[in-house]
Design a protein around this ligand. Structure first.
Ligand SMILES: [Zn+2]
Length: 323
């Protein structure tokens, strides 16, 4: 199902979204420059240098991540789409510490978060969700083709080979990693975009990495690429309830956010749930529902004209019709 959705995604993405030429990726992995931002002692976010400018305008931003320096070594979040960006991350780490990268985690199987695993030092322990591992084992070649179609040829994707994880996180579970002087928690809050979604929580600094379930600030909205509106909404509500008021959040594609910034995303999904449920009760067809539930108040994201009517409303309709 995942696979089919992705195929539809390529076609729609390239031909329906009027502002992307078929040959132009939304961001260019050969051009993105990453920078790091120190959050507190030994805790860094990294994101593209143009993130703050683009996210405000609702434009697509390349992948974000971070790293945590502990007494024993470094914990890395995300390994990026290609060698070029992975090396940039390694360089940002080097500028902050001479310690080894002990662990690297991928928040999902998505290539822009995990393809760089092959460029890690052989001793680095790779952490993944069981469902991410399963997806890669079954679909890697097709996933790579999809990524080349979406992000362009000659972006270093052709040479990617899958790298097996060393530690797996199971559904609805979590794991603590001890870096000597600090503990890092890796949490599955439930289905959040792919069904293999990991959130990284650093209790001593109140910092959370979310991966793609939170793309970035308003006006970006979640992408229900693999459906499951109801579960996604409930997982994001769990994340919100889990966080202390002053938590800092590094999203999948943007700069550092605050807890209250999550409300936009939760409200968006809640409004979809309420409005689409109403439409189904009234007996509306999918087409009529898409027309009726246009939710203009959530407009502003450059990809809204595609993500909302072509992806999210159909996903919600299908999910709610079942229940
Ligand atoms: Zn991503």
């Amino acid at each position: 199902m995942l696979h089919l959705n992705k195929k539809i995604f390529i076609v729609l993405f390239l031909f329906i979204s009027g502002f992307v030429l078929a040959t132009e990726p939304v961001w260019d992995a050969n051009k993105v420059i990453l920078k790091s931002e120190k959050i507190t002692s030994g805790v860094y976010a990294y994101y593209p240098t143009n993130a703050k400018e683009l996210e405000k305008k609702g434009l697509a931003v390349a992948t974000s991540g971070g790293f945590i320096i502990g007494n024993k070594g470094i914990f890395l979040i995300e390994t990026m789409i290609n060698k070029r960006l992975h090396k940039q991350v390694q360089q940002l780490i080097k500028e902050a510490s001479n310690k080894r990268v002990l662990y690297a985690v991928n928040t999902s199987f998505h290539g822009d978060h995990s393809y760089g695993n092959m460029y890690l030092n052989k001793n680095t322990i790779i952490i993944q969700h069981q469902n991410a591992k399963n997806y890669i084992a079954k679909h890697f070649e097709n996933d790579k083709k999809f990524m080349i179609n979406t992000f362009g040829k000659n972006r270093g994707i052709e040479e990617i080979v899958p790298t097996l994880p060393d530690i797996l996180i199971q559904e609805n579970s979590s794991m603590s990693i001890d870096l000597g002087n600090r503990i890092v928690e890796i949490i599955d809050f439930g289905f959040a975009q792919t069904g293999g979604d990991l959130f990284i929580w650093l209790p001593d600094s109140k910092v959370l990495w979310t991966g793609n379930p939170i793309i970035t600030f308003k006006p970006s909205v979640p992408w229900l690429l693999d459906g499951h509106l109801v579960e996604t909404l409930s997982s994001l509500k769990k994340v919100y309830a889990f966080l202390p008021k002053d938590a800092k959040i590094i999203p999948g594609h943007g700069s550092i956010m605050q807890k209250e910034d999550l409300k936009w995303h939760i409200n968006y999904l809640q409004t979809i749930k309420d409005e689409v449920s109403k439409a189904i009760k009234e007996g509306l067809s999918l087409e009529e529902t898409v027309k009726k539930v246009s939710m203009e108040e959530f407009k502003g994201y450059a990809l809204f004209g595609w993500v909302h009517p072509k992806l999210n409303i159909p996903a919600a309709y299908k999910d709610l019709k079942k229940k």
